[in-house]
Unconditional design. Structure first.
Lengths: 301, 349, 271
């Protein structure tokens, strides 16, 4: 039976391909693309504010609700945070990736790789929780500040507008640190992969031609690794844009996009507005991906 | 003549297209039972695609393929009584050498003890007795090659297909394996279809050769036929080397219009004014280059009136000075002579 | 030898910076471990006023935790199974044939993890709402499997490419049909990659909270339980214990998956 079926398929490679591709495409097509379509459709519905029911009639009213001053603040706050986290992650990721690629022994490199992959896959929620412990008023960072005489400095920092807050555990700085911490591995890995692909002979050639190490780094290594940085930034940017965990754990009442979406679909039951809200990060990511494509970052993924 | 026997492999107007590329172009081929048949050609000439069509890894876009008279054109590999030795050996890394060899019988449902015995027998045939417990990764390149051979032969195929099986071996091992392959073929008496890009290998091993070029067979024949009577310019240049004489040069020295192949070793180098054998073609020119290569020397002669001719002379010298004379030779006038029978007229190809 | 000294200083600086980044990556995990043993049950005082193991016992008694854990394990198990099947099929298709839209398939598979998590979440929520499907075990599984597929797909495709197509041809050449070839050649060569991909998918699903928030309805997975504790702490000591448990549960499969995909490659590729 099976043998006959196998032979039947052998003569029909297209049918065999269809059988292989069918289930995954069907799943993703229905469960995912279908859901995305539903999302778009929902965003053109509206909420009847009197009955609290979703009105199934196409309208642009919901998008009108989206473009308010308060919502614009939310979008800017989130995008600004995503950009800051991305930049900081690139700066932190580089030395470790560089060390891993050019200094570590192969054995050490294996362990370092594991040391980066472990936090990448391990519980994101728990790692956010760790920062709640670290940042809390009576927690280790305050304790350190008090014991190193930098408590005053910390007070001043928290008093600043924009980055401060009543305590570290309810501040933009805290959110930033937690984001940086949870997304950092996503930046290290692509940079490391890009560095690995830099041909050693090229670096030697540059040194051979009389370039000092700094010049080699600036003119050879950095341009070659840039696509890796962009690839990493796709992750850090996208993950920050879509997150509502970190700001709800460490933030105050100033919402991020994710929180706004959650609030609209949850407490107020305004799924159309929640859907319209997610169109914002999707648009931002779409534009970002278009730009990233130009740098060749997709080959570095 | 081999054609009298039943054809073991028969390709009838077989074409294989990949998109716009025609890898195999309307090929007709008959391999006789028991023959050592070689598909020779440069990479991309269609010889490997042709072998894959015979094995069934790929199906033709048009044409029929028959094995011992049975049409197998759209049968999968496991329904064809042929087996293949792969270029990269394709040994299963998760199985031992013995399990690799016994894979065919295992699939056919042969009992464990029996297939172990069969595998041991095959390993003995390729002189690898006792290595059945090893993993392929623990073997040398030459040993892996033998395992691949044993694994392909255990099913007692009527045709064995070999895809550049010696390509990865170094020269010495290669020559040894050439002899062994030939010996094994003669011992078990099955048809071998052998793919190679190495013309010397093809000439020394084959009963017959098909020379592939751009998806077509340029010439088919015994090694001597292909070498002595090249049909096209491509064959003349790919199998051995050849002087191609055409146009004015051909008219002047051969006295005929057309394109001719003349093998370098067929030409004699004489002193100017010497008497050439009666009826021979002759040419005059100046020596431009002499390459000493041990058992023979290669001379490049600039012909009077244009064109060059390369000839090879057996080294009969008794001393180093005679064998490789210093620059004095350069530019001296020479007389060349050859039997007109060696002027092989070439088709367009 | 000025430049030598300079280079050495640069090298030491690089090593120190790398060490600092590593500390940043792993230090906080150590803090979690420490807090699981603190006697302080109403705040996050550092250093802990005292150490105790009693919270492990308290956590053990909590029925709500057990229920959440059971749901998480069931969801992760089912999502992993679905991802294994779909991911392997997709990888096989992309590896075996060149077809129009091959890149589009890869893109489609990556999309669920490339787009922000709330997009997947709210999209599924919208679909559930529009189709008026009640929330259930399966609504969670659908969400999880969707982004787990790509993990299995990547692992399987990498292994497929390393396996090389001539092994399959050799097997068919020796008389095995497609299904026998799958059973005797493909699966043994693929097994460790699938195991690794499956474990990563499990870890991913076991930990997921963003999409789950939108697809769970009133159900509570372990991450949802933790999340509710993070925003409105009620049982701090128990949360600390659960955090340690989750870290332990996810570390093990990740560590094993890493070993499986690394060491296997050395022996497999040389043949």
């Amino acid at each position: 039976m099976l043998a006959q079926f196998s032979t039947y398929l052998y003569r029909r490679p297209r049918l065999a391909l269809a059988l292989l591709l069918g289930p995954p495409l069907l799943w993703l097509g229905v469960a995912y693309l279908g859901a995305l379509a539903a999302l778009l459709v929902q965003s053109f519905f509206s909420l009847d504010h009197f009955t609290g029911q979703v009105v199934h009639r196409l309208t642009l009213a919901t998008y009108g609700d989206l473009f308010t001053r308060a919502n614009l603040d939310i979008v800017l706050r989130t995008a600004g945070m995503a950009a800051a986290v991305t930049l900081a992650a690139a700066v932190l990721a580089f030395p470790l990736a560089y060390y891993m690629t050019f200094r570590a022994t192969p054995r050490a490199r294996g362990w370092l790789y594991l040391a980066i992959v472990l936090p990448l896959w391990s519980s994101y929620l728990v790692r956010v929780y760790a920062w709640k412990l670290l940042l809390s008023k009576e927690g280790i960072l305050s304790w350190l500040a008090a014991h190193t005489g930098t408590g005053g400095l910390l007070e001043h920092w928290l008093a600043l507008p924009l980055v401060g807050g009543p305590s570290l555990s309810i501040s933009t700085t805290g959110i930033f640190l937690a984001f940086l911490y949870v997304w950092l591995p996503y930046m290290i890995l692509p940079i490391q992969a890009a560095l690995e692909r830099v041909p050693r002979s090229l670096l030697e050639a540059s040194g051979d031609l009389g370039a000092p190490p700094r010049a080699t780094f600036l003119h050879v290594t950095l341009p070659l690794v840039f696509p890796g940085v962009v690839a990493g930034s796709i992750f850090t940017f996208s993950l920050t844009l879509g997150d509502f965990i970190v700001p709800s754990v460490l933030g105050n009442s100033s919402y991020f996009i994710g929180q706004a979406v959650l609030a609209h679909q949850g407490t107020s039951g305004n799924i159309p507005l929640a859907a319209a809200f997610t169109v914002v990060p999707m648009t931002i990511m779409g534009l970002y991906l278009l730009l990233a494509r130009k740098t060749g970052a997709f080959d570095a993924l | 003549m081999p054609e009298v026997k039943e054809a073991a492999v028969e390709l009838e107007r077989v074409t294989r297209r990949f998109g716009d590329v025609v890898a195999v172009d309307n090929v007709d081929l008959r391999v006789a039972d028991g023959e050592f048949f070689t598909l020779l050609g440069p990479s991309g000439s269609g010889k490997t695609t042709c072998l894959r069509l015979i094995a069934g890894f790929d199906l033709p876009s048009a044409g029929r393929i028959r094995l011992h008279g049975a049409d197998v054109t759209d049968r999968p590999p496991y329904e064809r009584n042929v087996n293949t030795v792969f270029q990269d050996y394709a040994l299963f890394p998760h199985l031992t050498v013995g399990e690799n060899v016994a894979y065919g019988p295992m699939i056919r449902g042969v009992a464990r003890d029996e297939r172990r015995r069969l595998a041991e027998e095959m390993l003995a045939l390729v002189e690898l007795s006792g290595l059945g417990g090893r993993k392929p990764s623990e073997l040398s390149g030459g040993q892996r090659q033998r395992v691949a051979l044993a694994r392909a032969l255990i099913n007692r195929p009527r045709v064995l297909l070999l895809d550049e099986p010696l390509g990865a071996l170094d020269l010495q091992l290669r020559q040894q394996m050439q002899a062994e392959l030939k010996a094994i073929q003669q011992r078990i008496g099955i048809t071998f279809v052998f793919v190679t890009h190495d013309q010397e290998e093809a000439l020394t091993m084959s009963d017959r050769i098909a020379v592939f070029h751009r998806g077509r067979i340029e010439q088919m024949g015994t090694p001597a036929e292909v070498y002595e009577e090249p049909a096209t310019e491509f064959v003349a240049g790919f199998v051995g080397t050849s002087n191609i004489l055409r146009g004015e040069v051909a008219r002047r020295w051969i006295g005929r219009d057309g394109v001719f192949s003349l093998r370098p070793e067929k030409v004699q180098l004489l002193a100017p004014g010497a008497a050439a054998p009666a009826g021979f073609c002759t040419a005059t020119g100046r020596l431009r280059e002499l390459v000493y290569a041990g058992m023979m020397s290669r001379y490049t002669v600039e012909l009077d009136g244009g064109g060059t001719l390369v000839l090879v002379a057996q080294n009969l010298a008794a001393s180093a000075r005679d064998a490789a004379p210093a620059g004095a030779e350069h530019g001296r006038s020479v007389l060349l002579a050859w039997d007109p029978a060696h002027n092989r007229p070439l088709g367009a190809g | 030898m000025r430049s030598d000294g300079k280079r050495r200083r640069a090298s030491v600086g690089l090593a120190l910076a790398s060490g600092a980044v590593l500390l940043f990556l792993h230090g906080p995990i150590g803090i979690i471990l420490l807090y699981a043993f603190t006697t302080d049950d109403s705040s996050y005082t550092f250093p802990p006023p005292g150490l105790t193991t009693r919270w492990f016992g308290v956590a053990w008694q909590r029925a709500d935790l057990w229920q959440a854990l059971e749901l998480s394990v069931r969801v992760a198990g089912m999502a992993t199974l679905v991802a294994l099947a779909l991911g392997t099929l997709a990888a096989a298709a992309v590896w075996r044939s060149r077809f129009f839209g091959r890149d589009a398939v890869s893109f489609l598979l990556v999309l669920p993890i490339a787009l922000p998590g709330i997009v997947t979440g709210i999209a599924l929520r919208s679909a559930i709402g529009l189709a008026e499907i009640p929330f259930s075990f399966w609504t969670i599984v659908i969400g999880h499997a969707t982004f787990c597929v790509v993990v299995v797909y990547n692992n399987a495709l990498t292994r497929f490419r390393r396996t090389g197509s001539s092994l399959l041809e050799a097997s068919m050449d020796l008389g095995a049909n497609s299904f026998q070839t799958f059973r005797y050649v493909l699966l043994p060569n693929l097994a460790s990659a699938l195991l690794a991909g499956g474990m990563l998918a499990f870890a991913l699903s076991f930990d997921e909270v963003i999409v789950t928030t939108f697809t769970a309805g009133q159900q509570e997975t372990l991450p949802l339980w933790i999340f509710s504790q993070l925003t409105r702490p009620r049982d701090r000591p128990v949360t600390n214990v659960v955090a340690v448990f989750v870290i332990a549960v996810t570390f093990v499969p990740i560590f094993l998956a890493h070993r499986l995909t690394r060491s296997k490659g050395d022996t497999g590729s040389s043949a």
